[in-house]
Design a protein around this ligand. Structure first.
Ligand code: FA5
Length: 347
């Protein structure tokens, strides 16, 4: 017997009802709920088709199945097309919300070199014109390169845990306290003549308006057969005038460093008052820049240079201090606050 003659109309009506409900679903969640009701293996259309097939006589089952598949496909097609339409609408809404093509573009912020980098580069250029090569080395150093080879005795205050960052208690490794170990490494690597500057970061347990725990030094070394203190003084004067202006005057005061003999503190006439006395130079008219001297023969012995044949001079300044003088920055901590407005002033 042919199943109830209205079965195909019933299935078609059910499929139509499902397709309309799918097409009307306002969002994806509602769409999937409607689909679960009508479509798939457990939906009402499939159930109706299965029942019709079960009731149909054997010779009709095939036709009933084919008609039923058409109804199921109608549900699938309606679901897929509504899903695509909802996705298109969501994309269009997103575009409308986030892109206003009439707005002017946002210019990217352009970076600026830090004042310390400006100062370091200028210092390097001045010394390059005098024939000094650039030498660099590790910031984690051994006690030998940082102290021992520089004739800094074991009981020297600079070795104290108060002044030096050691990597661990009792360790031989430390954060270099000056860039002189680069000079030791350069001398150990080859014979004279040597004419180098060593710029780089150094570390000490300091922290006040003029002292930072991490700062930058540039230290220089010349080793040849006949180098005099006058060469040292001429080099320093040329450098200071090239960097801070031709009116800058230089003063060398007797001092002591374990690695130089004789040694001197290097002062320059105050860049703020020209030497007449002001708050920055505490009324004295001079500002301390660093240290210098003739290389001690003991250092030459440490690196197997003949102290009878060679002599040389060395000097060391704080780059941060020089940048502060040149760019009129009154607190060293300004240099490390990461405030972009500082760098922006230096183009
Ligand atoms: C030295 O470091 C010697 N190595 C310099 C030297 C080299 C002498 C070669 C002789 C021959 P001193 O500790 O004074 O010296 O440091 C040199 C300069 O580094 C100081 O004058 C100062 O400008 C700068 N400086 C020192 N400590 C700090 C700090 N904590 N923050 C910023 N700058 C500093």
């Amino acid at each position: 017997m042919v199943p109830d003659s209205s079965w195909s109309q019933q299935v078609a009506a059910l499929a139509e009802e499902g397709a309309c409900a799918l097409a009307a679903a306002p969002n994806e969640i509602a769409l999937r709920e409607v689909y679960a009701r009508y479509g798939g293996q457990k939906g009402s259309v499939k159930r109706a088709v299965s029942e019709a097939i079960a009731r149909a006589p054997k010779e009709e089952k095939r036709t009933v199945g084919q008609t039923g598949n058409g109804a199921l496909e109608r549900i699938e097609t309606a679901f897929a097309s509504r899903l695509a339409a909802l996705a298109d609408a969501a994309r269009a809404r997103d575009l409308e919300r986030s892109v206003d093509v009439t707005l002017p573009g946002r210019a990217p912020r352009i970076g600026h070199l830090h004042p310390i980098t400006h100062a370091r580069r200028e210092i390097e250029q001045i010394f390059a014109r005098l024939g000094f090569a650039l030498a660099t080395g590790p910031e984690v150093e051994t006690d030998f390169h940082n102290f021992e080879a520089l004739a800094i005795p074991k009981d020297h205050p600079a070795r104290d845990m108060q002044d030096t960052f050691y990597l661990a208690q009792g360790s031989d490794l430390l954060l270099r306290t000056h860039t002189l170990p680069v000079q030791i490494r350069t001398m150990l690597a080859g014979p004279p003549p040597i004419r180098i500057i060593c710029p780089g970061a150094v570390y000490r347990r300091d922290d006040d308006p003029t002292h930072s725990p991490m700062f930058h030094q540039v230290e220089g070394l010349v080793v040849e057969e006949r180098v005099t203190f006058a060469d040292l003084k001429g080099t320093l004067l040329h450098f200071c005038q090239a960097f801070l202006g031709p009116a800058t005057r230089l003063r060398l005061r007797p001092s002591f460093f374990p690695f130089t003999e004789p040694s001197a503190e290097v002062d320059i006439s105050c860049v703020f008052c020209g030497g007449t006395g002001c708050r920055t130079c505490k009324g004295g008219g001079w500002i301390e820049l660093g240290g210098a001297g003739m290389v001690d023969p003991e250092v030459f012995r440490q690196v197997a240079y003949d102290p009878e044949k060679y002599n040389g001079f060395a000097f060391g300044f704080g780059i941060d201090r020089m940048a502060m003088l040149k760019y009129r920055i009154n607190d060293i901590r300004r240099l490390y606050e990461g405030d972009q407005r500082l760098s922006e002033q230096f183009g």
